[in-house]
Design a protein. Structure first.
Length: 149
């Protein structure tokens, strides 16, 4: 069992992710992950992003593409394997509107892996698992066009 402080710190990490995304603070997103962290959105058809450079590029594409978005987190299960390693499941709904007018909506849960490095909890890996069919094709198509520039 881990300390309440570690539990709260992981909840803060997860809340920071949603807040930074929803307030379009792309520069603050990649630092929530380890330098070799992974964000896997293959379940939504978006892709997998590995390492700080890919993560930073992806989050900047999201901010460039979206007019707005918001995340609502639901139940959050955290399991500690040690004082510096944990896994989590977080249920979430996100909606938004692309600058080109297309809506985005997803109902899913995150499978997370966390690690405490230098006193701070970070995402090792965050994987999005859809709970219902999600159509984020507008985002995928636009992000691919943005990457081609």
């Amino acid at each position: 069992m881990s300390s309440p402080e570690n539990h709260i710190a992981i909840q803060q990490l997860v809340a920071s992710y949603a807040y930074f995304m929803d307030t379009m603070q792309a520069d603050k997103m990649a630092p929530l992950f380890l330098d070799d962290g992974v964000f896997d959105e293959t379940g939504l058809g978006v892709g997998i992003f590995r390492g700080r450079a890919e993560l930073d590029k992806f989050f900047h594409v999201v901010v460039e593409y979206m007019e707005y978005c918001y995340h609502f987190g639901g139940p959050h299960i955290i399991n500690f394997s040690s004082e510096i390693e944990a896994t989590g499941i977080l249920y979430s709904i996100s909606e938004g509107k692309a600058k080109n007018g297309g809506p985005t909506k997803a109902v899913y849960y995150y499978e997370d892996k966390y690690s405490k490095i230098g006193g701070d909890w970070k995402f090792v890996e965050r994987k999005t698992i859809p709970l219902v069919p999600c159509d984020v094709s507008e985002f995928v198509n636009s992000s691919q066009k943005t990457e081609a520039r």
